[in-house]
Ligand binder design. Structure first.
Ligand SMILES: Cc1ncc(COP(=O)(O)O)c(C=O)c1O
Length: 391
């Protein structure tokens, strides 16, 4: 078989922005001799809470852990139902299964990646305990309506904000809207600690319970039991998890947090350049503008327009790769996966808006330090594909 020609340069879908500050901060922790949860984690929690304007922040080792702890702290259990969008990543649904509860999937709004609040309202039963809205790509979903529905039915709102730091919704920061908000600091996210996550809440008791659950369910001050100020004594209060963040990760997080506003502005610059360069092409639909909200631009997601292009999204991805551009797809809706079909009875065709979005979407490279040449390389590759495969 003839091998495909390799592009001269390849622009990856993602590149983390790690500079001298991050390296210095991690080295300082290494030199301090205290590697795991400690003073840097506490500092990171305070700084993060202050940035989003939340009363409490609990650092954990992933957004998945954050979501799981939130459900545990609300005692979501067997036979409970939790509503979430089909258009999300594995993590949002699997944490509900960890609790032996039922994930109740709902569709997106038409022509949107965001959850349809009417579909949430229709999915409520006497067993519903919570809603997990997802702030897809870096833009908040219709939280006013979600919160109204939750209030009317006495439901908890646990926000999946894995994509949405920093994001504003109608003048308020994501992290201060629902009962609990869960953030991700995974390698590709807008703020990274390699792996990591943060939970924010206004509820002191809930924060305390999640903190205890994040470290084996053992009493509050146990994290420093090897320090001079600590004590060897500890009490196990309930079965917990090993979800704590380390000082090494927190040091990285603090350095990233210090530049998060400028990193967000740089991502917005890339997004605006994409929009400027790509809007003349009818082969692709571009992300919506967001009046009243600010966008974290974790993802820049375009849709292939089948009326203007005779190849499917999958082939577009291959053609872009040949032209040196890495892309990704967010997401294969949950109900299309074997777990959800074989074990939970969901079927293809059930959430047509999510399926329609999935079938045509692809995410372009976007990171703060993308150069103008790199942005133009992506735009030029898309222009070339659009011309070559015009319908
Ligand atoms: C929507 C969504 N929720 C949750 C997660 C899980 O985040 P983490 O990898 O920090 O557990 C992700 C990860 O990509 C995500 O995209």
């Amino acid at each position: 078989m003839a091998s495909q020609p390799q592009p001269a340069v390849f622009l990856p879908f993602h590149r983390a922005l790690i500079e001298e500050e991050e390296k210095r901060a991690v080295l300082d922790v290494l030199e301090s001799g205290w590697l795991t949860t400690g003073p840097r984690v506490r500092e990171f929690e305070s700084a993060f809470a202050a940035y989003v304007g939340a009363r409490h922040a609990v650092a954990v080792n992933s957004c998945t852990a954050a979501l799981h702890l939130a459900l545990a702290a609300f005692d979501i259990a067997e036979d409970d139902e939790v509503i979430l969008p089909a258009m999300t990543f594995a993590a949002t649904g699997e944490v509900i299964l960890y609790r032996h509860a039922r994930p109740v999937l709902v569709d997106c709004l038409p022509n949107s990646f965001h959850v349809d609040p009417c579909a949430i309202a229709k999915a409520i039963t006497p067993r519903t305990r919570a809603i997990i809205p997802v702030h897809y790509a870096g833009l908040a979903c219709d939280m006013d309506t979600v919160l109204q529905i939750a209030l009317a039915h006495g439901l908890k709102v646990i926000e999946d904000a894995a994509h949405s730091f920093p994001t504003q919704y109608n003048g308020k920061m994501v992290g201060t809207l629902g009962n609990v908000t869960c953030f991700s600091f995974y390698a590709t996210k807008t703020l990274t600690t390699g792996e990591g996550g943060m939970i924010t809440t206004e509820d002191a008791e809930l924060a305390e319970r999640m903190r205890i659950l994040s470290l084996h369910g053992i009493s509050r001050h146990a994290w420093n039991r090897y320090a001079a100020s600590g004590s060897w004594k500890y009490e196990i209060l309930e079965p917990g998890y090993k979800y704590n963040l380390t000082d090494l990760q927190a040091a990285l997080g603090l350095a990233q947090l210090a530049k998060s506003t400028s990193m967000r502005d740089s991502r917005a610059r890339v997004a605006h350049e994409y929009t400027r360069l790509l809007s003349p092409l009818d082969a692709f639909e571009l992300p919506p503008s967001s009046p009243g909200s600010s966008h974290a631009w974790h993802l820049y997601v375009i849709q292939v327009n089948p009326r203007a292009l005779r190849i499917h999204r999958d082939r577009v991805i291959e053609e872009l790769k040949l032209r040196g551009v890495g892309t990704s797809v967010h997401f294969i809706p949950l109900h299309l996966h074997p777990l959800y079909q074989n074990q939970l009875g969901y079927r293809t065709g059930q959430f047509p808006n999510a399926e329609e979005r999935f079938d045509r979407c692809l995410s372009l490279p976007i990171y703060p330090h993308m150069t103008q040449e790199e942005i133009e390389l992506v735009a030029e590759a898309l222009r070339d594909v659009a011309q070559h495969f015009r319908a």
